[in-house]
Write a protein that binds this ligand. Structure first.
Ligand code: HEC
Ligand code: HEC
Ligand code: HEC
Length: 160
């Protein structure tokens, strides 16, 4: 299963390279996918209150890339989350306008975007596990629940 998935990724990179060559571009671009883990750091101008987050990128590859890289068009490069015009806000916005307007503004703030996505998914897995556990009391106790990611601050931002 693991080997298959890695083979899939290599295939993907080669196919991507070929398409660009066929379309007559001089430089063959390729997507360099960070495997394993890397640190997610705050943008340069932010004085961090918490330690940066050691993010196990490839342990999330059971999900489609678009789950997180939601603006990716499968062709161009995959841009970082804090790219200008995306989640590029360095401070929490003031409450203005309608709730919808505020929510959109709120997601510009990079911290909200990360917390919304990372904690949002981990939370929903935990919720499903709680529901499953309730059902399991009446059925099969040996069924394994899905492993969820962390929700506690220090499990993502270790105390220094
Ligand atoms: C659970 C969320 C998640 C999933 C799923 C995910 N990624 Fe990522 N990926 C991230 C985050 C977060 C970063 C760091 C972005 C940043 O630094 O702004 C990242 C960074 C990257 C980068 C580097 C982008 C840059 O800033 O240069 C590439 C390339 C990438 N991912 C490719 C992929 C591919 C291909 C897949 C699917 C196989 C994938 N990712 C699946 C969250 C995810
Ligand atoms: C769509 C769902 C989803 C999203 C989005 C997501 N995660 Fe996860 N995360 C998981 C699941 C499922 C696991 C458990 C995977 C495993 O252990 O094999 C996990 C595991 C982790 C772990 C490993 C904890 C351990 O046991 O070592 C860390 C750290 C983590 N996630 C951080 C993040 C961060 C940071 C983000 C946002 C950039 C993020 N996750 C986004 C689903 C998600
Ligand atoms: C699933 C992982 C995860 C959990 C759990 C989490 N965070 Fe974060 N947090 C992140 C990521 C990713 C960023 C963006 C990278 C950065 O700024 O370090 C971030 C950014 C931040 C920032 C802005 C940057 C800074 O250091 O000032 C603060 C403050 C913060 N988190 C506080 C918290 C607090 C408080 C909790 C617990 C209630 C928490 N976080 C729980 C992933 C997480």
């Amino acid at each position: 299963m693991k080997t298959l998935r890695i083979a899939g990724l290599i295939g993907f990179i080669i196919i991507f390279g070929l398409t660009l060559m066929v379309s007559g571009q001089e430089t063959v671009e390729e997507i360099c996918i960070p495997m394993g883990s890397f640190y997610i750091e705050p943008p340069e101008d932010v004085t961090a209150k918490r330690a940066s987050v050691d993010f196990p990128h490839s342990r999330h590859f059971d999900y489609s890339c678009k789950t997180c890289h939601h603006k990716w068009d499968y062709e161009g490069p995959i841009l970082g989350c804090t790219t200008s015009g995306c989640h590029d806000g360095l401070e929490p916005p003031k409450k203005v306008g309608t709730t919808a307007e505020y929510n959109e503004l709120s997601m510009r703030y990079y911290k909200n975007a990360y917390h919304d996505m990372c904690l949002g998914c981990h939370k929903s897995i935990k919720k499903q596990n709680i529901l499953a556990e309730r059902k399991l009391r009446f059925t099969d106790k040996d069924t394994k629940l899905k492993k969820a990611g962390p929700l506690t601050c220090k499990n993502c931002h270790p105390e220094e």
